[in-house]
Design a protein around this ligand. Structure first.
Ligand code: GDP
Ligand code: MG
Length: 780
């Protein structure tokens, strides 16, 4: 491969690919022409491109940099057709008419007929519309007529740089689209001048030099240093400037123009042979169109023929004619580009391999590209399904790879439900809060029948405690529900990115697991209910932790004794203070209002005291105790006194006493009212009834505590067994049996629209990469 023409399709393909991928892997050099004014820079560029479109002429013509981006398009590129001609603008009228004739000027879908018409016109009539220019400053407007392009450059130059010889550093950006160009960037630059003319500032030379340097300093810029042959090379401004940025002359090509204008008898052979000035890439002599040629509208083709003739016939250049002329310059540039590409290709190839790898990975994440066969679809469904099930299980077990750090979830949340939510709600149940003293008394009366019982009314306790156990049902069911809700949440979060592409499959998976969970909710709830029923079915008063009636009674009695003592002490203290006060003031009116506060001086250790006691004569109490337990009651007071009730209420009250004795009178009363509401309600209880009620209450509290502990232990176990673990173990089977059916595959694998598009795009990209890789392999 050696010629530019051969390289064009290959390189353009490569460039297309790399541009598509958002990279410029080839990083082709930029070509800039530099030289003094009117040395023929624009002429050279034009001949290289093969089109007349640059303003040329004597004097300063190029006054703004022109960044000329050549874009190769294939002859049948959709770009050519996907365009509705704007009706305004300075395009050649004939061309617009042609377009309309072919049906392309209107904003409607071109029909097949249009295409055929258009194609036949293009190829027959030679009026090819597959080459055009577009300016950055006039986006969306196509210039099919290259004369228009030239006019636009002139206008745009004047717009920014003024009409009178002014110069501007702001470039004009022009893109040329054509099937006949190499995708390259060429830069036409203002010529180097020494003397300011017209509007030019005094430092015009410096300004232009800086402007030129800005472009040619870049290492990937190939400098075409133009020197006219009719001026001594020693004075060549372009070579001087090129040397500043390319000291070793590695990326500078010397171009000697106007060989036709040399004084007769002189020639540039020495220069062209590289004997005068050293440049690695050497010198090329050219003959561009003269001003006369331009006026005569000589075409590029004719000019090239004329140039060739010139060298072939010239006595001095005849021997080196094959290394002269614009065609040779193009070949040379071609070689430079080829070398550059060769240098770049290994990198590009490596890069492409990486890109291929990435694209393949991306494609795989879209579920691969082959879902067409039954086996593939089945495999994919199974794979997605398994992943879903695994995610479900691992979220519950807490082994999930992406662990949420923001909130409790999955298994951890389930344990939190058991330990905190459920545990606390059980703890907060007051087993006697719903029992009034009347309830208890009625129960006692009913259970004893016509005769009063002699001993603790066990039947009444049984009767009363059973409904209380039912208080445990609601929190237990709530616990089941919370765990169920958490499992639902887990199931909704089990998707993977791969699964997201198949919204139907995803929703089906969620549906099946939700059904499974819902199915298990019933049995779990009813098991929990029967668990509570079981505890209500038999009241095991032999339970080792159950408070014995004797213990309970002893504790009550001890409490009462303390109470009486305290009351007595308080009474005495009250009296003493009263006396003091009486003595001090000598009058009696305001005594009563102070007295309750004085009580607080007394030390109290238990709160089981009953308020009524204060009203009762202590005499009768002693006699009642004697009657119930016999004279030796004091011996029965046990060390194991703290009852469940004691655990609940005493510490609070005690605590308060310790910290603020003033609370005693009022606060103690309030707390007792709350926790021991039974006692305050019925003032007309007999002593015995009162005692019995308290006894029953304590037994209920004790027994309830035992059941509560068991329930707190059993419910989580039941929920784990019947709901959580069951679903964990069943989920995989259930999914397979419900969804792994060939008749469902098509529906389940219906893809999300955008995903299908993304994958198609990725697939296409991958193909192009591979294609590019093959192309590179061919060149290397
Ligand atoms: P630039 O200012 O460097 O861009 O030079 P242009 O390309 O505008 O050319 C300046 C003038 O020199 C134009 O009139 C061209 O026709 C003329 N010219 C350029 N190259 C040659 C050449 O090789 N031979 C002849 N006879 N005239 C040339
Ligand atoms: Mg010019």
């Amino acid at each position: 491969m050696a010629s530019l023409e051969d390289l064009i399709p290959t390189v353009n393909k490569l460039q297309d690919v790399t541009y598509d991928a958002g990279i410029d892997a080839l990083d082709l050099p930029v070509l800039a022409v530099i030289g003094s004014q009117s040395s023929g820079k624009s002429s050279i560029l034009e001949t290289l491109v093969g089109k007349d479109f640059l303003p040329r002429g004597t004097g300063i013509v190029t006054r703004r940099p022109l960044v000329l981006q050549l874009n190769n398009i294939s002859a049948d590129s959709p770009l050519i057709y996907d365009y509705n001609e704007p009706s305004s603008g300075s395009q050649g009228l004939g061309e617009i008419e042609n377009a309309n004739e072919a049906g392309y000027g209107e904003a409607r879908e071109p029909t097949l007929e249009d295409h055929l018409k258009r194609n036949s016109k293009m190829y027959k009539g030679g009026n090819v519309k597959n080459q055009w220019g577009e300016f950055l400053h006039a986006p969306g407007r196509r210039f099919y007529d290259f004369d228009d392009i030239r006019r636009e450059i002139e206008n745009e130059t004047a717009r920014i740089a003024g009409k009178n010889k002014g110069i501007s550093r702001i470039p004009i950006n022009l893109k040329i689209y054509s099937p006949h160009v190499l995708s390259l960037t060429l830069i036409d630059l203002p010529g180097i001048t020494k003397v300011p003319i017209g509007e030019q500032p005094a430092d015009i030379e410096k300004q232009i030099r800086n402007l030129i340097l800005e472009y040619v300093a870049k290492p990937n810029c190939i400098i075409l240093a133009v020197s006219p042959a009719n001026v001594d090379l020693v004075n060549s401004e372009s070579l001087k400037l090129a040397r500043e940025v390319d000291t070793h002359g590695r990326r500078t090509i010397g171009v000697v123009t106007k060989l036709d204008l040399m004084d007769s008898g002189t020639n540039a052979l020495d220069i062209l042979a590289g004997k005068v000035y050293p440049l690695k890439m050497g010198f090329v002599g050219v003959v561009n169109r003269s001003q006369q040629d331009i006026q005569d509208q000589k075409t590029v083709e004719d000019a090239l023929v004329h140039e060739e003739e010139f060298f072939n016939k010239h006595p001095a250049y005849r021997s080196i004619a094959s290394r002269c002329g614009t065609r040779f310059l193009a070949k040379k540039l071609n070689q430079v580009l080829l070398n550059h590409i060769r240098e770049k290709l290994p990198d590009t190839k490596a890069r492409l391999n990486t890109l291929i790898g990435q694209a393949e990975q991306e494609l795989a994440s879209y579920g691969g590209f082959n879902n067409s066969t039954k086996e593939n679809r089945a495999g994919l469904i199974l794979q997605l399904m398994n992943k879903f099930a695994t995610n479900f299980v691992s979220s519950i077990e807490g082994t999930s790879s992406d662990i949420n750090t923001k909130e409790l979830c999955g298994g951890a949340r389930i344990y939190y439900i058991y330990n905190n939510i459920f545990g606390n709600s059980l703890k907060s149940i007051n087993p006697t809060s719903t029992l009034t003293v009347t309830d208890i008394r009625t129960a006692i009366r009913n259970s004893t029948g016509p005769r009063p019982s002699l001993f603790v009314p066990e039947l009444a306790f049984d009767l009363l405690v059973k409904p209380q156990i039912k208080l445990l049902l609601d929190p237990s069911q709530r616990c089941v529900e919370l765990v169920y809700e958490e499992l639902m949440k887990i199931c909704h979060n089990c998707g993977t990115p791969a699964l997201a592409r198949y919204p139907r499959l995803q929703s089906k998976l969620i549906e099946v697991v939700s059904d499974l969970l819902r199915e298990r909710l019933g049995p779990t709830r009813s098991y929990v209910e029967s668990l509570i029923d079981i505890h209500r079915a038999f009241i095991n008063t032999n339970h080792p932790n159950f408070l014995s009636a004797t213990e309970a009674m002893a504790s009550i009695v001890e409490g009462r004794k303390q109470k009486i003592q305290n009351a007595k002490k308080a009474e005495e203290l009250k009296k003493k203070r009263q006396e003091e006060l009486d003595r001090a003031a000598g009058m009696n009116e305001n005594n009563s209002s102070i007295s309750p506060r004085i009580d607080s001086d007394s030390t109290v250790t238990t709160s089981d005291s009953e308020n009524e006691d204060e009203k009762d004569p202590k005499q009768s109490k002693d006699s009642f105790l004697n009657y119930f337990f016999g004279k030796d009651q004091q011996q029965t007071k046990g060390e194991q006194l703290p009852s469940l009730n004691g655990k609940k209420s005493t510490p609070n009250v005690e605590h308060m006493f310790q910290h603020n004795p003033d609370f005693l009178a009022i606060e103690t009363l309030q707390i007792q009212e709350e926790t021991e509401s039974i006692e305050d309600e019925h003032p007309e209880l007999t002593e015995r009834e009162e005692l019995e009620c308290e006894l029953i209450r304590r037994l209920i509290v004790s027994y309830f505590g035992i059941v509560r502990e068991m329930i707190q232990d059993q419910i989580p176990k039941a929920v784990m067994c019947l709901l959580v673990n069951f679903c964990k173990e069943e989920v995989q089977n259930r999914l397979v049996s419900k969804l792994y059916k060939e008749s469902l595959f098509d529906d389940l694998l219906m893809e999300d629209h955008t995903v299908a598009q993304d994958r198609a795009k990725c697939l296409k990209l991958l193909e192009t990469y591979k294609q590019a890789s093959v192309i590179i392999g061919d060149i290397l």
